[in-house]
Ligand binder design. Structure first.
Ligand SMILES: Cc1ncc(COP(=O)(O)O)c(C=O)c1O
Length: 382
């Protein structure tokens, strides 16, 4: 499928250039309308049926399962954040003294703190794989670091700040041959880059829902593989137990959970407003397809990438990075403060980290959105 701009579906003001979906996505009309439907229901709680607590959540789990190529929607839990998902994983991992938890240099903190605590608890070690400055070497260093001491690998499938692609297929194979768990943070890719649970076979995949999945802030998803089937959730919500649909029998306390990952859904996952918005969002993403979104982002950004390289910006090689999200190392001969100020005045929104910027784009952007950014950057070279 070849996609064209979908700007007409969004409500981004015409004088704003938003190249920062990796921080927060804008809503499109169907999401906005779905949220309003939820608000209307809040006006009339008598219209909320018992089935509304369960059936929309099942629909949502099916949509997310379809997006990541998971066969059974019961392997999906709806959670509020990546940190919640990682806490759930950490709650179910037992280590031995000296075991290693492998993480990537400058990984997002919600995928770090849980492992630091886990390592302290069991006197295990965190092994951080530094960036040697080249993505091929980085992947080689990761593979070389996996050995029989590796108990768990926690990483993204790209680096969240520069879009560098990690070879999860090879990493997964090496993890399995060393009996290490593989835990993936898919927050910066799922929805905009194809992903297949069947192919990668991670033990868990945790994903924020408010970026490339267009959900409201406070919604996230977790896929939990067979390792976690009999595990302990971090809280005990009534709706995750068997027969919770029978409201009249809720105090016939039930010792069994619903199957697979259902036990890990956060309390009040039926959240009527959010779930409606999330369903509208995932339906649209599935219709667009992550593969066509990725191709579109490549097409609209390629000219700007060449122009930026020509004025001295460093950008990872095209085949080693994503096109919906990529990092740019600014030239050293640049007045970064003046550049920032002008971007602000021109209402161009991107992410800054020291001498690096992160650009992220989607179907509401066009190739024209990159032009003022490139011109602005070029005009602040010293
Ligand atoms: C890679 C990555 N993971 C996770 C998150 C969000 O984590 P949490 O849902 O715990 O706030 C972000 C936010 O920018 C991110 O970039």
């Amino acid at each position: 499928m070849v996609l064209t701009s979908q700007k007409h579906l969004f409500n981004i003001p015409s004088d704003v250039t938003y190249l920062n979906i990796a921080s927060q996505s804008p809503a499109f009309k169907a999401i906005y309308d779905a949220g309003l439907e939820g608000l209307k229901q809040k006006n009339q709680p008598n219209t909320i049926a018992i089935s509304d607590y369960f059936e929309p959540v099942i629909e949502l789990k099916k949509l997310f399962a379809q997006l990541i190529g998971a066969k059974d929607y019961n392997r999906i839990a709806t959670i509020p954040s990546v940190s919640y998902g990682m806490a759930t994983v950490a709650n179910n991992v037992v280590l031995k003294k000296g075991d290693e938890i492998l993480v990537i240099d400058e990984q997002f903190p919600s995928n770090i703190y849980a492992w630091k605590k886990l390592a302290e608890k069991y006197d295990a070690k965190i092994r951080t794989i530094k960036n040697p400055g080249d993505s091929k070497q980085w992947n080689t260093s990761i593979l070389n670091a996996i050995n029989t001491n590796t108990a768990l690998i926690a990483m993204g499938n790209i680096h969240w700040s520069n879009g560098c692609l990690f070879n999860l297929s090879a990493i997964s194979k090496k993890a399995k041959s060393n009996s290490a768990l593989l835990i993936i943070d898919g927050s910066q890719t799922i929805g905009a880059l194809p992903f297949s649970i069947e192919e990668i076979k991670p033990d868990a995949l945790i994903c924020a829902g408010y970026k490339w999945l267009f959900g409201p802030y406070g919604c996230a998803y977790g896929y939990f593989g067979p390792y976690f089937d009999q595990g302990n959730p971090i809280e005990e919500n009534w709706s995750n137990r068997l027969h919770s649909e029978n409201f009249a029998g809720l105090t016939n306390y039930e010792s069994d959970y619903k199957p697979m990952a259902n036990r890990y859904s956060a309390g009040e996952s039926g959240s009527f407003i959010y779930v409606k918005m999330q369903i509208a969002a995932l339906k649209q993403v599935l219709q667009w397809t992550p593969s066509a979104i990725q191709d579109y982002c490549k097409q609209i950004s390629s000219e700007a990438v060449s122009a930026l390289r020509a004025i001295g910006c460093e950008i990872e090689e095209d085949e080693s990075r994503t096109h919906h999200l990529f990092g740019i190392k600014l030239p050293s001969n640049m007045n970064v403060d003046a550049f920032k100020k002008e971007l602000h005045n021109k209402k161009i929104f991107i992410s800054f980290r020291g001498n690096y910027i992160r650009i992220s784009c989607h179907l509401y952007n066009t190739a024209d959105d990159f032009k003022p950014l490139v011109n602005c950057l070029a005009s602040h070279l010293l």
